[in-house]
Design a protein around this ligand. Structure first.
Ligand code: SAM
Length: 392
């Protein structure tokens, strides 16, 4: 059984100084509906591969992590899951049997994984009826679910599943400030950037992985008079063009620059300013660094004296614990194709707050701050999954 924790019972102290929407019942409810949709979708994938409650029960009854892994590998083998995707298959079990997970929305059917889950279709409809703001998440999970089995057995690439023809409107609604979860990440980022820039003017900002421009939009809306340059970048030409056009149309007075920058290539070989930057910003991008220390050290070298890196990330509540966003995003090769095994990056995907701090330190950064402080945030809300980081 999962423990119920309703919003009214949450200790909001760790979230006190953050923007209102970060500690709002609305964000909590959206996040919990996303969790339920990921429950239903994960269970459906397991069923499509021929498994169900019996296997979940068996998995739960195994105590040792190594034996659990062996068990899942045997199931994967029976179902024809290709070797480099067994980690994604194993994630489904970890997600469904996460012993720390709490249930934050009163829907009995999600209380006990051992009773199975309602269908994804039913959950999708309930979720968007209860909270229309989760529509982009619901559609993304639906997109992922439609190709999950084929992806696991190697019939299709994950990038084809998530970027199939016709998916662009989904990405536009997902990475938009009209979408609550995206807006919350951008708001916490803008809040932290604002405090970093207090009293400063003529500030030069570089944004990495700017995508469709939703994070930039929030920063510029609030801080335009303090900026002398906003250099907007992304690795994907399509995103860069769309995001760049939107910013140019909206902010006609600002000195905007654009270029294609890949955080996995040496910055010196790419179009960056040789005058350096006062602040480098990234929202949900840095976990895609293949070699985290090299990318972070490269970012460090682009900062002027006194410069700061601010980034927002999905934050793993504890090593080994899954977070809902991974259900769809780890289909992407860029998410999985990262180097692990260092003391600060033991696993793929998102990092814990502590691991981020350690990665920043080995890359030359000092005075690291995280909002909200991850340990107390997870203690208050065990499903806590986001954070804004400042490093100098
Ligand atoms: C999760 S999205 C975040 C988009 C944007 N920051 C936002 O919040 O609206 C990740 C972005 O990182 C970009 N990206 C992926 N790999 C990258 C890389 N190696 N270098 C730079 N950007 C990358 C993607 O194209 C995408 O726009």
């Amino acid at each position: 059984m999962r423990r119920h924790l309703l919003f009214e019972e949450l200790n909001l102290d760790p979230f006190q100084d953050l923007p209102d929407e970060i500690r709002s019942p609305e964000l909590f409810i959206s996040s919990e509906w996303v969790n339920h949709m990921v429950d239903a979708a994960s269970y459906e994938v397991i069923q499509q591969l021929g498994f169900g409650i019996d296997e979940l029960k068996k998995y739960q009854s195994i105590e040792s992590e190594t034996e659990r892994q062996d068990f899942v590998e045997r199931l994967a083998d029976t179902a024809g899951v290709v070797p480099d995707r067994v980690e994604v298959f194993a994630w489904l079990f970890r997600w469904l049997i996460d012993p720390q997970r709490v249930v934050g929305v009163e829907v009995q059917s999600f209380d006990d994984p051992m009773n199975g889950f309602p269908s994804f279709e039913e959950t999708f409809l309930k979720a968007i009826e209860a909270d229309p703001q989760v529509q982009p998440n619901a559609e993304l999970i639906q997109f992922a679910l439609a190709g999950y089995r084929d992806f696991l057995v190697g019939e299709v690439e994950g990038d084809q599943v998530l970027f199939k023809p016709g998916s662009f409107s989904l990405w536009e609604s997902y990475f938009s400030n009209s979408h609550r979860i995206t807006r919350s990440l951008n708001s916490i980022g803008a809040h932290v950037v604002k405090s970093c820039l207090e009293g400063k003017s003529e500030v030069r900002i570089l944004e990495l992985g700017g995508g469709l421009g939703s994070a930039a939009e929030k920063i510029i809306e609030e801080m335009e008079p303090q900026l002398s340059l906003y250099h907007f970048t992304d690795v994907a030409a399509g995103f860069l063009r769309r995001g760049g056009n939107m910013l140019e149309d909206r902010f006609t007075e600002l000195n905007l620059d654009f270029s294609r920058i890949d955080i996995n290539k040496p910055f010196g070989e790419q179009k960056v300013s040789n005058e350096g930057y006062d602040l480098i910003y990234a929202v949900n991008v840095l976990h895609l660094a293949k070699d985290l220390k090299t990318s972070l050290s490269g970012i460090h070298s682009l900062l002027r004296d006194g410069g700061q890196l601010v980034f927002v990330e999905g934050v793993r509540p504890e090593r080994g614990r899954p977070i809902a966003a991974e259900f769809a995003f780890h289909l992407l090769l860029a998410f999985r194709d990262v180097e692990v095994g260092t003391h600060f990056r033991p696993e793929k995907g998102f990092l814990t707050g502590e691991d981020w701090s350690a990665a920043l330190k080995v890359s030359g950064f000092k005075n690291i701050e995280i909002y909200p402080e991850p340990k107390s945030a997870v203690e208050a809300y065990p499903n806590h999954y986001l954070g804004a980081f400042v490093a100098r």
